[in-house]
Design a protein around this ligand. Structure first.
Ligand SMILES: NC(=O)c1ccc[n+]([C@@H]2O[C@H](COP(=O)([O-])OP(=O)(O)OC[C@H]3O[C@@H](n4cnc5c(N)ncnc54)[C@H](OP(=O)(O)O)[C@@H]3O)[C@@H](O)[C@H]2O)c1
Length: 295
């Protein structure tokens, strides 16, 4: 079986931790379906699983990792702390609760899910838990450039090692990614298939490239990101699609393909504009709703 931690299939974070380039995402997988989906993903060869307390399936992800029979060190597991648990004391508490819920002794990566609220206090807690070895790497998600750089410069050490953001052919964020790379922050893509928005799997440019290589459009999109050393998360509850997506790592796009796909960038998000004033209100609302159920 492919070694998902070898040079072709993994990146090395600023602190030396290896992270598989393609991960299995668990957003919108129902709790009752999660254990089997993660077991299927691990069986077909994924070694990187992404969840979050706000996905309501951390326990099932942990159960699958434990039931898989794989050595713990062979699976890279990420979770995320939601805004209502930001702040030094709350974040420390919920990281331990997450470990207990997942039945794991450590996490490979813990992220702050959003750049709202007391993320400074929360990140300080992650830094301490990192130093204690409970978290092997720490980072953020949805931090747009100004806030990412602020945390890097003013947020003590270690700096975030990963920033998980919306990235797909229609929203490529070249400047934001360059800033991450310059500051040794690993870019990580969520919704690489744009959750199928804008009929992305029938895009004519992507379809032509897929035909040229005898691949599917999903494989072309995923390889576009991983070939540029962007860690990429993709979700599917269908085993045959899990295999299809994983096999995207085994071919290469050429320079013309990369140029043609780069030209598809529309320069604006398909989901939330985290840098906007409206987003503050929107996420304040999400947080008010979620905090009722998360605790
Ligand atoms: N940090 C954040 O704020 C954030 C936000 C969103 C997502 N994420 C993470 O990123 C992961 C991936 O993003 P996502 O789940 O939102 O979207 P995505 O992976 O872009 O798209 C998932 C959708 O694509 C379908 N699909 C997957 N592979 C396919 C294939 N080969 N052919 C056709 N359809 C296919 C899936 O359907 P089926 O399941 O029916 O196959 C599902 O409807 C998440 O699961 C989560 O871990 C993080």
């Amino acid at each position: 079986m492919t070694d998902m931690f070898d040079e072709r299939h993994a990146v090395v974070l600023a602190n030396g931790v290896k992270m598989p380039l393609l991960g299995f995402g668990c957003y919108q997988i129902q709790p009752e379906q999660t254990k089997q989906s993660v077991l299927d993903a691990l069986e077909v060869g994924y070694r990187h699983i992404d969840t979050a307390e706000a996905y309501f399936n951390e326990a099932e992800v942990g159960a699958a990792v434990r039931a898989s029979g794989l050595p713990r060190a062979d699976v890279f597991v990420t979770s995320k702390v939601w805004i209502c648990h930001f702040g030094y004391d709350e974040t420390k508490r919920v990281v331990y609760r997450c470990l207990e819920r997942m039945g794991l002794d450590y996490l490979d990566l813990m992220l702050l899910h959003q750049g709202f609220g007391d993320y400074y206090g929360a990140f300080k807690a992650l830094q301490e838990l990192y130093r204690e070895g409970v978290l092997k790497a720490i980072g953020v998600s949805n931090f747009f450039p100004r806030f990412l750089l602020d945390l890097i410069k003013f947020g003590a050490e270690p700096a975030p090692m990963v920033n998980q953001v919306e990235l797909h052919p229609y929203f490529q964020q070249p400047q934001a990614r360059a800033l991450m790379v310059q500051n040794k922050v690993q870019p990580e893509a969520w919704a690489p298939l744009a959750e199928l928005k804008n009929d992305i799997l029938h895009d004519p440019v992507l379809t032509a490239i897929a035909h040229k290589h005898g691949k599917t459009v999903a494989q072309v999109i995923l390889r576009f990101l991983t070939q540029q050393q962007v860690v990429t998360l993709v979700k599917s509850v269908h085993k045959e699609r899990m295999v299809e997506n994983l096999q995207s790592l085994e071919f290469d796009l050429d320079a013309d393909d990369l140029k043609d796909i780069a030209a598809l960038d529309q320069g604006k998000p398909l989901f939330f504009d985290h840098s906007s004033v409206e987003a503050v209100d929107q996420f304040y609302g999400f947080n008010e709703n979620l905090k009722q159920v998360l605790d």
